[in-house]
Design a protein around this ligand. Sequence first.
Ligand SMILES: Cc1cc2nc3c(=O)[nH]c(=O)nc-3n(C[C@H](O)[C@H](O)[C@H](O)COP(=O)(O)OP(=O)(O)OC[C@H]3O[C@@H](n4cnc5c(N)ncnc54)[C@H](O)[C@@H]3O)c2cc1C
Length: 384
Amino acid sequence: MVMTSLSEEQIAFQDVINRAIVETSPVERAQKLDAAKTFDAELYRVLGELGVLGLGVAEEDGGSGGTNIEQVVALRALANRATSMAVFCVVQFLVTRLLKDNATAEQKRAFLAPLAAGRQKASFCLTEAGGGTDILRAMKTTARADGGDYVINGAKMWISGATTSDFYVVLARTAPGKTDGVSMFLVPSRAAGITAREIDTFAINGYDTCQVFFDDVRVPAANLIGTEGRGFRQVLATLNSERINAAAVAIGIAQGAMEVAADYARERQAFGKSLAELQAVQHKLANVATTVELAWTFLLATAVRDDNGEPVDVASSMAKLAASNAAKLSADVGMEILASAAFDTASPMQRYYRDHRLYSFAPLNDEMCRNLIAERYFGFGRGF
Ligand SMILES: Cc1cc2nc3c(=O)[nH]c(=O)nc-3n(C[C@H](O)[C@H](O)[C@H](O)COP(=O)(O)OP(=O)(O)OC[C@H]3O[C@@H](n4cnc5c(N)ncnc54)[C@H](O)[C@@H]3O)c2cc1C
């Protein structure tokens, strides 16, 4: 249904992923796993076989190659039907990108290659209970050098996948300061002193969201990623691609909700005709389709520019904001059109309505996207 042109190769790639999702995780199965708060291990295995988990990582590092474009195509397709797996892949692509850009050859062999091949899973541990948006002020987790090791103490909050991951990428303070003084570490999830606890969340149910406690967790100095004190800057360098990927998930949710609503409108009868023949319903869906198409077109253009090495800090924030708005509108209209049918937990509509909320505040909330656009697009003074 979505119109934006992709190359023949990209369309073929998209078809393979769509087919794999439909065959492996049809809607009934996706709904059951969501209700049971269960990760789709079978879909994960299939995505590993298709090379989706290694997208963006060079073949010599154990990946399957590809660019931002392949990542957003895969993420949109996944979010349309299996949203929790799309969120998993956003984390996967973030961690593989951080390791690709900053890890040593030895770290790449030990951590990046098994991750990209789907043999291991990873979590990204940045947010803390004191705040996600202003994380630099909120960060209390420390890493103290001790002999040839670092000793990590503190706690992380809202960490995706932490009870099932094999290792974590952890941001911790190694020195006082603001942007500098934060370092990034590879931490095996089974290291002594780690406790991961699942939080009972209301959405993204197929992917655990967790609290992680670090109590004198010792890692060798060889597990430092990149340069000591530069960890947050290393993360900042990946923010544009993370926003682009988050936008792709929001658009996938928007598209999924739109398709379910349009199908329902064709079938459902009222006053002697289908809902799809009522102009009020047509206009709602026309607005949704326009919003979704504009968001996707702009997102693809931004992903191409990012692949070409152009600055996309403003564009990626606009793309994320447009995608978040599209998801909000589409899920809301979908709930209206399905009415009582959307309340059935067997319907994917209520899942879209819950799941889309994540991308209004993660990885960067919509207000901060607007702040950034105001500051850098118009040159206004900082508004916060
Ligand atoms: C399901 C889920 C999965 C997650 N996975 C991970 C993960 O894997 N790793 C990780 O590190 N984190 C993860 N997070 C955390 C997520 O990144 C944070 O929730 C996000 O950064 C927002 O932080 P916060 O919730 O502390 O909100 P806050 O920072 O407290 O902000 C609350 C609200 O205040 C407003 N606000 C804040 N600052 C401003 C401002 N300057 N101007 C205007 N308005 C403002 C915004 O409306 C914002 O939404 C996850 C969260 C969820 C719910």
